[in-house]
Design a protein around this ligand. Sequence first.
Ligand code: HEC
Length: 104
Amino acid sequence: MKKKLLLTLILLGVHAVSQATPFAKADATAGKKLFDQHKCNSCHISMLGGDGNGMFTRPDHKIKSPDSLKTQVQNCSTNLGLMLFEDDVENMSAYLNKNYYKFK
Ligand code: HEC
């Protein structure tokens, strides 16, 4: 009985998280600043040309969920050797989501 209650609570919790607007508490403007400051698009430009933002809109782009967006931002930041706070990753993800991915 106890186990069942716990499971229900866990499932409810997961449900609540997946319903929330992604990056609702994050600051997209701060994210844009970080994105520019760290020249995030430098690699993307050398791969795709243009302003690099084509990385986020290319037809076969990889990111299909808010979680994978965050993971990719984290991975790319690690490539740059950045030590980011969780908030920074959230903010950059919020910026990219607002302008390109538009996950709801
Ligand atoms: C060292 C080079 C490099 C730097 C610097 C870099 N990226 Fe990337 N980024 C890549 C590569 C390579 C891919 C493509 C990965 C793939 O196709 O699997 C990518 C893909 C991405 C994607 C996914 C695009 C899609 O398919 O939807 C996001 C989001 C992203 N980068 C964010 C960032 C952010 C934010 C920064 C700055 C913190 C950054 N990148 C800096 C190399 C880089």
